[in-house]
Design a protein around this ligand. Structure first.
Ligand SMILES: Nc1ncnc2c1ncn2[C@@H]1O[C@H](COP(=O)(O)OP(=O)(O)O)[C@@H](O)[C@H]1O
Ligand SMILES: [Mg+2]
Length: 258
């Protein structure tokens, strides 16, 4: 069993991010985004490709800075990366020369606290279901197992917030559903604030307390859908289908006459 963590609330205030394209012209990725995420909440960002979802996640991670506005965690403005905000991408980005144990341990090692925290590495490897694979190198792992290792590597730092950028996007449907259950279990056990980016509407409904639907670029929040269903959710229930239809309609992906 792993220890509970301190929770994290996120406040995004009037955030815009303007990039320069190749010709030097302004490209507005985010425009005046306001969003408050409660500590321990599971929130999903969904929206057209290229609208600015990863940009928003990178701002919360502290990998990038807003052009205007602020992003704060528990009242403190974010101005750089920190282990309290863990990141998992679609590509697991494991160190190919390190085995699973060393990959999961890498954050603690970099912070100089590995010696005291070795048991934590074992606990998180166990938590994500990789017990017995400690000595295996990334090239020997399936996509799902590599993503489990990436999850453990982020979680071992006891992040207040876990930022998930299409983490299951490259996996087959069965592995994806398995890992959705894993993420749900970890969320329940740890109480970590979760911010997920996905293109998969069912995944969003299955996991989230709120689904944030973004507009095409420049991304603004189009609508927020509260999912009032107990977890774990039944993927083929009538209510689940109703939420799916609602989100498809907001995304204008439903023909006018059906
Ligand atoms: N570093 C960057 N420099 C220039 N343009 C960028 C940069 N990062 C993202 N963009 C642009 O910002 C827009 C939003 O990108 P992104 O947040 O990755 O979209 P999403 O994750 O929703 O698919 C895209 O048009 C993308 O090309
Ligand atoms: Mg993206």
């Amino acid at each position: 069993m792993v220890a509970a963590t301190e929770r994290g609330s996120i406040s995004i205030r009037k955030v815009s991010r303007v990039f320069q394209n190749n010709e030097g012209a302004d490209l507005t990725a985010l425009s005046g985004v306001n969003l408050k995420i409660k500590a321990g909440e599971f929130v999903t960002l969904i929206g057209p490709s290229g609208c600015g979802k990863s940009t928003l996640l990178r701002l919360i991670a502290g990998l990038d800075q807003p052009t205007s506005g602020t992003v704060s965690l528990d009242g403190e403005v974010i101005n750089g990366t920190h282990y309290s905000r863990g990141l998992v991408f679609q590509d697991p980005t494991l160190f190919p020369w390190k085995n699973v144990w060393d990959n999961v341990a890498s954050g603690l090692d970099a912070r100089g606290i590995l010696k005291q925290q070795k048991h934590e590495v074992d606990a998180y490897i166990d938590l994500v279901g990789l017990k017995g694979f400690e000595n295996v190198y990334p090239h020997m792992l399936s996509g799902g197992m590599a993503q489990r290792a990436a999850l453990a590597r982020a979680l071992v730092n006891h992040p207040k917030v876990l930022l998930l950028d299409e983490p299951l996007g490259a996996l087959d449907a069965f592995t994806r559903m398995n890992l959705q259950d894993e993420i749900l279990r970890i969320w329940r056990e740890r109480g970590t604030t979760m911010v997920l980016v996905t293109h998969d509407i069912d995944e969003a409904i299955y996991l989230s307390d709120r689904v944030i639907v973004m507009t095409p670029r420049p991304a603004e929040i189009k609508e927020i859908v509260n999912i009032h269903l107990l977890k774990p959710r039944i993927r083929n229930s009538k209510q689940f289908f109703q939420y799916r239809l609602e989100i498809l309609e907001i995304l204008q992906l439903v023909p006018e006459k059906i």
